[in-house]
Design a protein around this ligand. Structure first.
Ligand SMILES: Nc1ncnc2c1ncn2[C@@H]1O[C@H](COP(=O)(O)OP(=O)(O)O)[C@@H](O)[C@H]1O
Ligand SMILES: [Mg+2]
Length: 267
């Protein structure tokens, strides 16, 4: 079996109603290891039991969910400052990922996911996050190079990446994974925050022309309407771009590529 076939063979499952399934999973208690001080001094096995850890980034350790391997558990790798407990520090890390909630408790990445953006949101489970599991072959430069193209009729990674312009930072290959249908999804959804108004620098007509090269139409009006629901102090950087783009977009209800809501259909 080739390395790619092996990676592909892993269980992975994004579904439109994954949150409902995930919310029924028994909760787990990360046994905070006092030795879990820095990325280089972590003892992941001690956190969840035997060798369930399978990946890591700069901020989170990633484990198979012990009760359902269609999901992963993301545990903050923390290093509490003087006077802060491990739990406080973990809570801050989680809050950073899910901040800016709508009145009904949905995060910004969740709204984008519902509107057909190539993203997977993360579910707040208290001191950890839950997320559907995908194939994260983007982590290997060799595999990523070979597999960034589209499979199974789905768009290649660069199309997913273009659709997420201004929405998220750090859009490197290792922050994308592929779901069971072959769709690329961004899995490290830290949201851009705007400290300034970019609108005068953004030419909406030009932006739509660039999207047209990949036959992308963004659900601009639908997203702007939902942005109004977010807390007052929450202004994703994408807002100025969306406002400039709105008059030049077809404004479909869901993000489309070639006229189809690619990230919402085929599940
Ligand atoms: N849902 C997932 N399914 C499979 N692999 C994942 C998933 N989430 C993260 N990973 C892997 O773990 C790595 C770190 O996760 P990420 O969410 O990017 O954390 P960090 O914020 O620490 O970078 C990713 O680069 C990816 O390889
Ligand atoms: Mg990452």
């Amino acid at each position: 079996m080739t390395a790619f076939a092996r990676t592909w063979d892993l269980v992975k499952e994004w579904t439109p109603n994954w949150r409902e399934t995930a919310s029924k999973l028994p909760s787990i208690t990360p046994t905070w290891s006092r030795s879990f001080k820095s990325p280089y001094d972590s003892n992941y096995e001690a956190l969840l039991g035997d060798d369930t850890g399978f990946d890591e980034g700069g901020h989170f350790g990633i484990f198979s969910h012990p009760h359902d391997d269609r999901f992963v558990v993301k545990i903050p790798r923390i290093s509490p400052p003087e006077g802060k407990s491990l739990e406080d520090d973990a809570y801050d890390a989680i809050y950073d990922r899910i901040r800016g909630l709508t009145p009904d408790g949905r995060s910004y990445p969740q709204v984008l996911e519902e509107l057909g953006y190539p993203v997977m949101s993360e579910m707040d489970a208290g001191l950890y996050l839950i997320q559907p599991r995908v194939a994260s072959e983007g982590n290997s430069p060799v595999l990523a190079e070979r597999n960034m193209g589209g499979v199974k009729g789905r768009p290649p990674m660069h199309v997913a990446n273009t659709a997420l312009d201004f929405m998220f930072g750090d859009r490197t290959p290792q922050n994308f994974g592929r779901d069971q249908t072959g769709n690329w999804r961004f899995l490290d959804p830290d949201v851009y925050r705007a400290d300034m108004d970019y609108s005068e620098f953004i030419n909406g007509e030009h932006k739509q022309q660039m999207l047209n090269e990949d036959e992308i139409q963004l659900p601009v009006t639908a997203l702007l309407n939902q942005l109004d629901l977010f807390e007052d102090n929450y202004t994703p950087e994408g807002r100025s771009m969306l406002e400039a783009l709105e008059p030049h977009s077809d404004n479909p209800p869901l993000l489309t590529v070639g006229g189809r809501p690619v990230w919402r259909e085929g599940y």
